[in-house]
Design a protein around this ligand. Sequence first.
Ligand code: UGA
Length: 437
Amino acid sequence: MRMTVIGTGYVGTVHAACMADIGHEVLGIDIDAERVASLAAGRAPLHEEGLDPLLARGVASGRLRFSTSLTEAARFADLHFVCVGTPQRRDGEGCDLRFVDAVIEELGPPLRQGALVVGKSTVPVGTAARLQRRLTELAPGTEVAWNPEFLREGAAVADTMRPERLVLGTSSAWADEVLREVYAPMLRAGVPVFSADTATAELVKVASNAFLATKISFVNAMAEVCDAAGADVTVLARAMGADTRIGPRFLEPGLGFGGSCFPKDIRAFATRAEEIGAGPAVAFLHEVDRINTRQRTRTVDRARALLGGDFTGRRIGVLGAAFKPGSDDVRDSPALTVAAAAAAEGATVRVHDPQALDNARTVRPELTYALDVPKACEGADLVLHLTQWPEYRALSPAALAAVVRTPLILDARNCLDGRAWGAGGWTYHALGRPAPA
Ligand code: UGA
C-alpha cells in the first residue's frame, strides 16, 4: 500500500521504517529539511535499537522516501499517518495541538476525495472528531481515524513490529478495513486488534499511560510508608507482584517516572476530563503526579541529610542522566532534576551517563559531566545512582571506593546489590529500604 507518515520524530520515524519493511511504499514528511536530508541518506536522527538497519534497508529498496512537502504527500497517497508532536502547553496543563492542526490545514486542501487521515499522536479525547469537522470543510469526502501508538523508547522497533495490541478508531467499516490491510502481517501473526470509535481509541492510549503511571506512583507511595515503618519496599513490591492480578512490571520503586509521555499525559488527561465534565473521575491523577514529583524532592532531601544537612562545597558523583536506561532522552528526566537541585544548593555535581551526555549538556549546561564512572565519582563525598543502566549494576564497588573521598551511596533506583556494596566498603542507602545490616 502507499502511505505517508507525517512528522519524523520518535513515533513517525519508527512507523515509517517499519511500514516500509513490511512491504508498503512510504513517503515520510517533516518540516525540518535537515532531518529529511539525513533520513533520506538512511541516517536516523535519534538513537533507537534496530532502527538504523531498518531505515537503510527501506531507503535502499526505494520503498522509503522523505520530503518536506505536504502537497507532495497529498499527491503521493490517499492514506496519511499523522505522527507530529503534541507537547505540554506552556501553562503546563493541557496538550498543545498546534502541530496537528497545522498539518490538517496544509494537507487538507490538496487531498483527494476518499483520503484517510490517521492520527497516531497522543491527543485529548475529542480531537479526532474536531479534526474531522475541519477536514470535511477543507476536503469533503475524507475521513479521520485514530490509531494510537504504544511504543516504548528503547524498544520502539520491536514494539511496532510485534505490538501487544492494535487499536483502530474509525467512523466507518471502510476505514477499519483499510487499517486492517495496513497491519495485515501483524494480524496474521495473531496480534489482538480492537476496533473502536475514535473517542474510545484516543482514550485507550491516555488511560493506559495513566494506569502505568498510577502503578509506579502506588509503589513509590508504599516506599514512603516503608521508610516511615522501617520496612523494605523492594521485598514488598516483589511479594505484591507475585499476585498475577497485580504483576511485577511497573512496580519498581525508585525515583519515579519521567520522559516525554507519562508526566505530560497524566496532566493533559486530567485537564481534558475537567473540560468535558469528568474531572472528579480522574482527580486522583493529580495525586499520582504529586507522588511522582515528591520522589525527586525526597531523593534531594535524603542526599542532603546524608551530607550532614548541607550541600555547600560537597562533591557528588551522579550515575545516570537519561530518564530511563536504554535511552539518550533527558526530557523531564528525574535524574537531571535531582542533580541540578543539588548543584543549585552549592554542591559540585559531576554526571555520568553511557548515552545521554550530549543531550544532558544541552538542557543542563550548569552541571559538569564525565565520560566514565570513576571520573564522575573522583573525590566524591556522595554517589547518587539515579538511572538504572545495567552497567552500573556491573560496577566493582571496591574499585570505585578507591576513587571517592567517602564511600557513601544513595541508590535512588533501588536495584544495586546493597550487600555487595557494603562488602566493597560502602555505606549503602536506598529509598524505602533500611540500610543492610
Ligand atoms: C511509555 C509507555 O510505556 C508506552 O507504552 C507509550 O507508548 C509511551 O510512554 C508514549 O506514550 O509514547 P516510555 O515513556 O518510552 O513509554 O517509557 P517507559 O519504559 O514506559 O518508562 C516511563 C517512565 O517510568 C520511565 O521514567 C521509567 O524509569 C519509569 N518507571 C517505569 C518507573 O519509575 N518504575 C517502573 O517500575 C517502571
